[in-house]
Design a binder for this molecule. Structure first.
Ligand code: AQP
Length: 332
């Protein structure tokens, strides 16, 4: 049976990138197949997180899921650390994956920066934990943004090596699902960098909880070149900031970049940016309101995550037990 698994790290407030690249698509897959969506708190702690803020951010990501339309009766929603099998299978995968594979991960290079020696071992091993997240549920589909594609491919390598080393076909080959117009939303101040929760300046990103004034201000100040919008899509080549704003518009409006260009051909930023701000507010404000309402009752969010964790454990435990048997880890 087709089964979807994906997750978001509670490493900061949710961004428009998380919404368009992940949550909106999670909602689209709900009801079509079994869907399991995780708040991956164990991934968040690969860089320092303030403990109190981590708990709050975990609830915020859960609130974002719920407010955007994920329904705990249709999807399994939980936070990773409540299902110990993730960490346990990740250890086995740490022993299957090769150091050379990890050395090729571009996200580690980006995040560790020049000082890789000082990065946590967890940040380096992150893809093993992600492979465990996916393979514990024998997930067949993993909707992710473009930036995570390499990690899903590594998950296939880990599954293949495990199967080969232990002469089994236990772990399936997983497909990353990367499609649609908004797989890589870029930073508003630098169109060559992706929009991130933990980027330096709040002006680089639109947060899912930003109010109308903030959204309008951030888009007004968003970096662009002085040229108006081109007549054809081709004219966006080598204009990363312009292309990003067009792609954001298209994704929010559920249309294509071509259609947006057709509508705004020749328009200046003075016309396009306010139109984009109006659209973003129309789409995000109802979600932000609902997130606010949900976060006012943290106990209810905790209850939903706890119930989801229970359901997740029922799937994950037998898979972990079989993996232990295959490896020869004795349980009595
Ligand atoms: N800018 C983006 N465009 C499209 N998709 C994005 N995603 C994140 N940023 C963009 C997608 O959101 C999902 C969850 O990501 P994550 O939180 O697990 O990790 P991340 O990609 O490292 O997210 P951030 O926002 O950049 O967090 P920080 O700054 O803490 O590292 C993934 O499917 C991702 O592709």
């Amino acid at each position: 049976t087709p089964r979807v698994f994906s997750g978001i790290k509670p490493s900061g407030g949710l961004t428009l990138g998380n919404y368009l690249g992940a949550i909106k698509r999670f909602v689209g897959m709900q009801g079509q197949m079994q869907t399991i969506y995780c708040v991956v708190d164990l991934h968040a702690i690969t860089v320092w997180q303030d403990p109190k803020a981590l708990a709050d951010m975990t609830r915020e990501v859960a609130a974002g899921y719920l407010a955007a339309g994920l329904d705990p009766t249709q999807s399994i929603l939980f936070n990773q650390s409540q299902v110990a099998a993730h960490a346990e299978l990740a250890w086995i995968f740490n022993c299957v994956a090769r150091v050379g594979w990890m050395n090729r991960m571009t996200q580690f290079k980006d995040k560790a920066g020049a000082n890789a020696e000082k990065a946590s071992l967890g940040l380096y091993a992150y893809p093993s934990l992600m492979a465990a997240d996916i393979l514990l549920y024998h997930a067949t589909h993993v909707p992710v943004g473009e930036d995570q594609k390499q990690h899903v491919e590594l998950t296939r390598d880990i599954a293949a090596k495990f199967n080969h080393d232990f002469k089994t076909d236990f772990f399936p080959m997983t497909e990353p699902v990367i499609e649609g117009p908004a797989m890589r939303i870029m930073n508003l101040r630098d169109g060559t960098k992706k929009m991130s929760k933990s980027g330096e300046s709040d002006m680089e990103r639109i947060n899912m909880t930003d109010d109308a004034d903030k959204i309008a201000k951030k888009l007004k100040k968003a970096k662009t070149d002085p040229e108006p919008l081109p007549e054809t899509l081709d004219g966006l080549k080598d204009r990363p900031e312009a292309r990003n704003l067009v792609e954001i518009y298209a994704a929010l409006n559920e249309t294509t970049a071509e259609a947006v260009i057709a509508e705004y051909a020749g328009a200046g930023w003075g016309r396009f940016k306010p139109a984009l701000a109006d659209l973003a507010v129309a789409k995000l404000a109802p979600i932000a309101d609902e997130m606010g309402r949900l976060m006012a009752d943290p106990a209810e969010i905790d209850r939903i995550l706890g119930e989801g964790a229970q359901k997740a454990r029922e799937i994950a435990q037998p898979v972990l037990a079989e993996a232990y048997d295959i490896v020869g880890l004795l349980r009595s």
